[in-house]
Every structure is written in C-alpha cells, then in structure tokens.
Design a protein around this ligand. Structure first.
Ligand code: NAD
Ligand code: UD2
Length: 309
C-alpha cells in the first residue's frame, strides 16, 4: 500500500470525521480539506498521519493544493442543510456545485482518478414515495441543495467519460450516529431526539410520527465508503445507500425511551410543509456490489450513539 494520503473534503464533519477514524485505524494516511463551517477541528484526532488543510472547496487554488499527491478522494464537503440552500442558493451553490467542479479539475490535472461522492436521496424529491426507491426513479430535485447534488453527479460522470475519473456516486438516505450535530431544527431527527431525551428537554414530532425513514448507522456507511475507495474497479451510475428498512418516528421514540428508561414530554405539531411521508431505499444495487453482512439495527445503533452499549 502506498503512503500517499486519501483526501477527505468535509472531513471535519459528521460523516467525514468518522471516516477519518476508520481510515487511520486501517493505517491509511489522511488529508482533510475543510472550511470548518459546520465541521470542527475537535472532531479530528491528533495523529501524525492526519493533515488538516483549513480551506474552501470553492477556492480552486486551495483544492489543487489539497489534491496534489493524493491517491484518492472522498468528496463530502457541502452545505448539508437543505434549508440553508433554500435561504442562500448562490452561496451554497459555491460549495455544493462549484466545489465539485474545482475538485474534478484538480483531479484531472493531478492524475488522481478515484473519487467517492456523497449525493443524496434528495435528488428523488417526492417521487417513489411509499415504494422502495430505486436509482432509476425519476429525479425531482426540489431545492437548490438537491439540484446541486444531481448536477454534481452529472459533472462527475462527464469527467469519467472525458477524462478517466473513477467516480463512485452514493445517494445517502438518512445517516445517524456520533458527531451528528443536533443544533439546528433541521438537523437529523435522531440527533435531535437523542440529544433532547438525554437532556430531559421536550421533544417535538412534526406530524403524527407515523412517517418513516430508512436510517443507516454511520459505522455501516463508513464501511461502504472504505470499500468503494479500495475497490479495484468501479461501475458508472449512482447507488442508493440505505438499508431498505422503514422506521417510524414513533418507533424511534419507543426505543429511545426503552434505552434511557424514560422520555421527556413529546409534543405532536402539524407536519412540516413539503415533508416526505415515507422514504426507503431499494438497495439491491448497493448490496450486489458492497454486501452489508449484518447492518446495525436501530436499537444497537441508538445505544451506541447514546454510549449505552
Ligand atoms: P456535515 O455538515 O457534518 O459535514 C460537511 C462538512 O463539509 C463540514 O465539516 C463542513 O465544515 C464542510 N464544508 C462545508 N462547506 C465547505 C466548503 N465550501 N469547503 C470546505 N469544507 C466545507 O454534514 P454530513 O452529514 O457529515 O454530510 C457530509 C456529506 O454527506 C454532505 O455532502 C451531505 O450533503 C451528504 N449527505 C449527508 C446525509 C446525512 O444523512 N447526514 C444525507 C445525504 C447526503
Ligand atoms: C433528509 C435530509 C435532507 C434531505 C432529505 C431528502 C438530514 C438531516 N436531512 O431529510 O438533507 O436530504 O432527507 O429527502 O439528513 N422531525 C421531527 N422532529 C424534529 C426533527 C425532525 O418530527 O425535531 C421529522 C421531520 O419532519 C421528518 C423526519 O423527522 O418527518 C425526518 O427529518 P430529518 O430532517 O431527519 O430528515 P429528512 O428525511 O426529512
């Protein structure tokens, strides 16, 4: 194995910092490029094999410097909040699309081929609701965030055809686990519920709590990301990353209550406008390529997240 680092853009964030830990544990050197907008230096371990470049993917010079000498890239840097993209489409576009283009150009120049990309189930909008959503479901990017994710997929595919890039495009469903930031009302529901439950603060459910999501534990996601980085060959086309399992918010709350031995008050408010009722990944393409032997169950994942296992 060469000693050149894997570059993780957005490596100081929730998913990125968990991936950093996994790669370092496997003896892989890591370079992180992060502007620390939502990521934190404190998410990263002190390790001589880890280098942090504080900089912006929207800055081509900075991306060029970060890519130089790397063996592969995992591109996670983005403004991950859909609401932020609705409030500031131009500002978030610089991170979420221009950042991807800068990376493609820098990789082409440096002769780096492999890039694992974090797209999102948001590209499907409300299509496929109630079914398990396959990759060929018509796309309906309803927000600037989703439009930039889908456009990034297309640009990566252009660089694959034109310049020999090897993109692995993953559409993440709902990821949860340690270091997911609960501080915004639009943070992942599990990070909000568990944080509030532990602090004894009231919990708000938008709607009747019977909406479902396909939650995947960060450890399982990271495992897939590492395998995609190391894979000999990759195929074109995007892959859903989810477990094809539906969990209601009410079921989540029961498990959290069970694990903590109680729950603060739970208030049901009207559903958020535009909220998706059911979201579940058809993950057959993923499983054919990266089988998940025993994905983490909800109870086990929530226990790990709350440090109870
Ligand atoms: P996060 O906010 O914790 O991580 C994003 C990281 O990117 C942060 O460290 C942030 O500081 C950094 N960043 C943002 N803009 C940047 C820029 N212009 N230049 C450099 N760094 C920048 O969010 P996350 O949940 O870890 O998300 C990681 C990726 O996965 C994102 O691309 C997100 O859109 C995607 N995703 C996440 C989920 C999920 O459930 N968490 C679902 C679908 C897709
Ligand atoms: C996820 C992504 C979003 C986008 C979308 C695409 C996260 C955090 N969000 O949104 O970026 O990709 O998928 O489909 O990954 N809820 C409550 N109480 C709370 C918070 C949330 O009831 O305090 C509800 C919320 O209304 C929704 C469900 O919980 O019905 C899940 O919300 P979420 O923001 O975790 O995830 P989602 O799927 O809406």
């Amino acid at each position: 194995m060469t000693d050149s680092p894997v570059l993780i853009t957005g490596g100081a964030g929730f998913i990125g910092s968990n991936l950093v830990d996994a790669l370092l544990a496997r003896g892989v050197a890591v370079r992180v490029l992060d502007n620390l907008s939502t990521g934190k230096q404190g998410n990263l371990p002190r390790n001589p094999r880890l280098e942090l470049i504080v900089g912006d993917v929207a800055d081509p010079g900075c991306v060029r410097k970060a890519v130089r000498g790397c063996r592969a890239v995992v591109h996670l840097a983005a403004v991950a909040s859909v609401q932020a993209s609705v409030n500031d489409p131009v500002g978030t576009h610089k991170s979420n699309l221009i950042g991807t283009l800068n990376l493609c150009e820098a990789m082409r120049e440096a002769g780096v081929h492999r890039v694992v990309y974090a797209s999102s189930a948001a590209v499907y909008g409300n299509n496929g609701e109630g079914e398990s959503i396959g990759e060929d479901t018509p796309k309906a990017p309803l927000t600037p965030y989703a439009a930039d994710k889908l456009a990034s997929e297309h640009y990566l595919d252009f660089y694959r055809r034109q310049h020999g890039l090897e993109p692995v495009i993953f559409r993440f469903f709902n990821v949860y686990g340690p270091r997911q930031d609960p501080s915004s009302p639009y943070s992942g529901v599990i990070s909000i519920f568990t944080e509030r439950a532990r602090q004894g603060l009231p919990i708000t459910v938008f709607g009747d709590g019977e909406q479902t999501r396909d939650f995947i534990y960060i450890g399982d996601l990271v495992d897939v990301l590492v395998r995609a980085l190391m894979a000999g060959q990759v195929e074109s086309g995007a892959m859903n990353v989810g477990l094809n399992r539906a969990t209601t918010l009410n079921q989540l709350l029961v498990i959290i209550q069970d694990l903590l031995g109680g729950l603060p008050s739970v208030e049901y408010q009207p559903a958020r406008s535009g909220d998706i009722r059911h979201s579940r990944a058809d993950n057959s393409r993923l499983l054919a390529r990266y089988p998940l032997s025993e994905p983490t169950g909800m109870r086990e994942g929530l226990a790990k997240l709350m440090d109870l296992s």
